[in-house]
Design a protein around this ligand. Structure first.
Ligand code: GUN
Length: 287
């Protein structure tokens, strides 16, 4: 069997054109949706993500503000800027790109963002709302995965789901969203004793670990849906330096029923759902 591809680029294009219409409708009411993005430090991957987020806003007819700080900036400077953005009624969403440099207390920074502008959904208040099943902002990557599962018509009720990875950004919120859709969810992580034992039981397998091609075809149940959240680079071989996921695509596609590619799978959906959250925040303001 060769797996069906779940195309994140195609779904993103469709959703983003709907967003452009919603942004235009808001502008007619005098509200231009605006996302403020803060980047601290010189991590090249973060710089690319931020550039793509800003470009995504512009293409959808939304405004963006980009503040870049050097790696040694005093955290108080960033906190003061967040306070300013919190108070600015023209700003609807605020995002601080992670990871922050080591001398930052990341949790304190995330908690300083006004919950109603926290379009990443990382503030404790928004995490609590998600766990209680009444989310205000859904973290963008797992939100994008849910949209992909829905568009691919993957049955969720009662499905055995294994999420590999327990980060606050992907693994934990992913598990909560799938639980809310009546999946039976297992979360695996670096201390899991027999990872393949769990992954081979999964009807839906979500890989969000950040390790090059660690999920191989022999770890996948035949016909399963495989969602690859990884964004890594081949460390060696003919493709060295090119993007790859947490899943070994070539072996996995022979076993899985459906699979997301890297690139062109979950990646574009993350920014798409950031735009969705920003638009949502602006629409709430316009009410
Ligand atoms: N770093 C990696 N993924 C994300 C994300 O979704 N949001 C933010 N703010 N930083 C990230």
């Amino acid at each position: 069997m060769t797996a069906r591809l779940i195309d994140g680029n195609a779904l993103s294009t469709q959703l983003r054109s709907e967003f452009a219409n919603r942004a235009a409708a808001l502008k007619e009411k005098g509200v231009t949706p605006c996302l403020a993005v803060i980047l601290v430090g010189e991590d090249p991957a973060s710089a690319v993500y931020v550039r793509n987020k800003v470009a995504g806003c512009e293409k959808a007819g939304m405004r963006s503000i980009k503040d870049v700080y050097g790696p040694d900036v005093d955290p108080s400077v960033v906190l003061a800027r967040i306070a300013e953005l919190n108070a600015d009624p023209a700003v609807h969403g605020i995002l601080v790109q992670l990871p922050l440099p080591k001398h930052f207390d990341s949790e304190a920074v995330l908690e300083s963002i006004a919950p109603e502008k926290d379009v990443d959904g990382f503030h404790a208040e928004n995490v609590g709302a998600l766990v209680q099943g009444n989310p205000r902002f859904i973290p963008c990557t797992p939100y994008g995965v849910m949209k992909m599962l829905e568009s691919a018509k993957v049955p969720l009720k009662g499905a055995e789901v294994v999420v590999v990875g327990r980060s606050n950004i992907v693994g934990k919120p992913m598990a909560m969203l799938l639980l809310a859709r009546s999946c039976t969810v297992t979360i695996c992580h670096s201390q899991t004793k027999d990872l393949a034992f769990h992954t081979r039981r999964a009807d839906i397998l979500v890989a969000a670990v950040g390790r090059e091609r660690m999920i191989t075809g022999d770890m996948i149940k035949p016909g399963a849906t495989v969602i690859d959240v990884g964004m890594n680079r081949f460390s060696s071989g003919p493709n060295a330096g090119k993007l790859c996921g947490d899943v070994d695509f070539e072996s996995a596609r022979e076993v899985a029923g459906a699979i997301t590619p890297v690139p062109g799978g979950v990646g574009p959906m993350t920014i798409t759902m950031l735009l969705a959250n920003t638009l949502e925040a602006a629409e709430r303001c316009a009410k």
